[in-house]
Design a protein around this ligand. Sequence first.
Ligand SMILES: NC(=O)c1ccc[n+]([C@@H]2O[C@H](COP(=O)([O-])OP(=O)(O)OC[C@H]3O[C@@H](n4cnc5c(N)ncnc54)[C@H](O)[C@@H]3O)[C@@H](O)[C@H]2O)c1
Length: 319
Amino acid sequence: MVKIGFVGCGGIAQEHLKHLRTMQEVKIVGACDTNAARAKAFAAGAGGEVHADPVSLYDKARPDAVYVTVPPFAHGAIEEEAAARGIHLFVEKPVALDAATAARVSGAIKRAGILSCAGYCYRYCDTIDTARALLKGKAVSLVHGAWIGGLPPTPWWRRRGQSGGQILEQTTHLFDLIRYLCGPVQEVHAMASRGCMSRVEGFDVDDSSVVALRLKTGAVASVTSTCIINHPGRTQLEIVTPELTLTICGGTVRVEEDHRVTEYRSECDMYAEENRAFIDAVRTGKKGGIRSSYADAVKTLLVTCAANESAETGMPVKL
Ligand SMILES: NC(=O)c1ccc[n+]([C@@H]2O[C@H](COP(=O)([O-])OP(=O)(O)OC[C@H]3O[C@@H](n4cnc5c(N)ncnc54)[C@H](O)[C@@H]3O)[C@@H](O)[C@H]2O)c1
């Protein structure tokens, strides 16, 4: 039996729970949330006891692994206390609000020798496997990503001190896919705009941003983000090589080469695959199926921190 605890019982915790409940070898042993009513409702559906704080959850319910599904500002001690007790960690993206917290947690994970998995769920999509296979051995020249969306409803999202803003919290998925598919980032230069969302109380993140990146291979990339639209949005990543252009849109990958267009549609649920990979790793002790470790997720965090810094200072940031 794999005993699981949850710290943070909001939207994404419910998504993970949906998949964990299909696994007979998993037992939810406890949950906690600073919103006690939410923890209670979660535990009523998941099983296990409600705990006042993570330490009580760790020491009384003694989970093998914990899902840390809290907003960006809440990471740090939750993971360090788990690592100190040898409890394996699933940590939602972004793994922290800042590089210093992430470095501290990274050190604790390394010292404890525990398994870690970050919630970069797109990496588990079957069509991303297809994209990786198609790009193998090809020289990427240009990447263009776009996250065009509206304001997410969670109250912490619009506060820079709590979410880190759209680049760090949301478009992080695209920065992570660029790293995963095209390799490491070397330099970042960003600009951002504000002023269109002044009617929204407490809104102090950027409205829109443009990030230019130089990859270690020499390729160039641009990633644009906005959270101001009032209609259905889209996310897209276009990767250009001399042989083919590959466009990832939702779960679909479109490949254009010569005069041919081929479309691959996803046949998997990326959250199901991600949870399966983590639970199998905890059960067997073999981490081969985990596609985004905490340490790797920190590298994506550093790209987004660099973009935020560059947007503020107006200067390029080298990684
Ligand atoms: N991988 C994905 O596709 C995906 C999708 C959605 C959200 N997320 C990430 O998951 C995280 C949570 O997002 P959400 O949509 O579930 O938010 P949410 O607001 O719905 O849930 C977060 C929960 O954490 C609780 N919380 C806050 N601080 C806490 C603390 N110190 N200790 C315990 N609980 C605490 C809140 O009360 C809330 O119930 C975010 O970082 C977000 O980026 C990832």
